[in-house]
Design a protein around this ligand. Structure first.
Ligand SMILES: NCc1[nH]cc(CCC(=O)O)c1CC(=O)O
Length: 311
């Protein structure tokens, strides 16, 4: 069985595609990588929030899935919209890496906590900007876009003193030695799906292939967590550009707990709630948590954010 794997061309995307290819090869399948450029890769001078996050990194890849020129697509799970277009689904999630965000810099002597020292932090995520305003009010966020290597180059050229990034990508690209601080997940709750790699297919994929791929790639414990988080995101209709977040963790005896919320763009208002229950009800828990966040003021905050982002 030969599996054609579609992927974006960035180093991180290729790392992920090779990682999945290795899992498939270990199960006796043959693989072939097909690199695809997306709109999000081409447009680098505009923030993702402005391009409109919907499908910017996925559309061209989904066309090839639908045409059958590739069998599967490999994505960072956190970059996947909560609702995929008709006919597409995620059939597997790889074992999750550590989920936290980190601050990295090429300057190991950088002071992060001195309110009298200017600190310019590069990030282009609205969630990270909002969270910074709450926990690092002395830091000035600036938008730095591009793939990881590009962002690091821009930092070295002086665009910022440090970068705020997901640990997973930093580690996978071999930049672990630049990490100055691991941010605690109770302050910087990661976005839904951070640290896992997702496999997307189209309904036309042969059922036997689909099942074989799922068996070899899916990590059921990660899947439970992501199903809960993605159900939360779906109910809040959050794309990656709205600062909503959730993190599910497994507990004792087949239970899962999910903590999530929403933070206002200025970081001043934050709704943060948790729920737990049986793993078999992971999705229902995610949806229920979203309902509670909305009712506790999240609805008002989200409305305000959508109004602010429209300008
Ligand atoms: N939004 C881009 C993106 N997609 C996945 C990762 C990191 C790896 C992961 O979370 O799986 C990153 C970089 C970042 O946010 O720092």
């Amino acid at each position: 069985m030969n599996i054609r794997i579609g992927t974006r061309g960035s180093m991180l995307a290729l790392w992920q595609a090779h990682y999945v290819a290795d899992l498939l090869k270990a199960g006796g399948l043959e693989t072939e990588l097909v690199t695809i450029e997306t709109r999000g890769d081409k447009i680098l001078d505009v923030s993702i929030a402005k391009i409109g996050s919907k499908g910017v990194f996925t559309e061209e890849i989904e066309e090839q899935l639908a045409q059958g020129t590739i069998d599967i697509a490999v994505h960072s799970a956190k970059d996947m919209q909560s609702e995929l277009p008709e006919g597409f689904s995620l059939i597997a999630f790889t074992e999750r890496e550590k989920v936290n965000d980190v601050i990295i810099s090429h300057r190991s002597d950088l002071e992060l906590d001195n309110p009298d020292k200017p600190l310019v932090l590069g990030t282009s995520s609205t969630r990270r900007v909002a969270t910074l305003k709450k926990y690092y009010p002395h830091a000035r966020p600036v938008s730095v876009r591009g793939n990881l290597q590009t962002r690091i180059r821009k930092m070295e050229e002086g665009a910022c003193d440090a970068l705020l990034l997901a640990y997973a990508g930093v580690h996978r690209m071999g930049y672990g030695s630049l990490i100055l601080r691991h941010l605690p997940v109770d302050e910087f709750i990661p976005p839904v799906g951070q640290g896992s790699v997702a496999i997307e297919v189209h309904a036309q994929l042969d059922a036997q292939k689909r099942e074989r791929i799922r068996q070899l790639v899916n990590h059921p414990l990660t899947e439970t967590r992501l199903l809960a988080e993605r159900a939360y995101l779906r109910r809040l209709q959050g794309g990656c550009s709205v600062p909503v977040y959730a993190l599910a963790q497994l507990g004792e005896g087949d239970t899962v707990s999910i903590r999530g919320g929403v933070i206002s763009l200025d970081g001043q208002e934050r709704i943060d709630l948790s729920l737990s229950g049986p793993t078999a009800e992971a999705e229902r828990l995610g949806t229920a948590l979203a309902e509670q966040v909305l009712a506790a003021g999240g609805e008002r905050i989200l409305k305000q954010i959508r109004g602010q982002m429209a300008h």
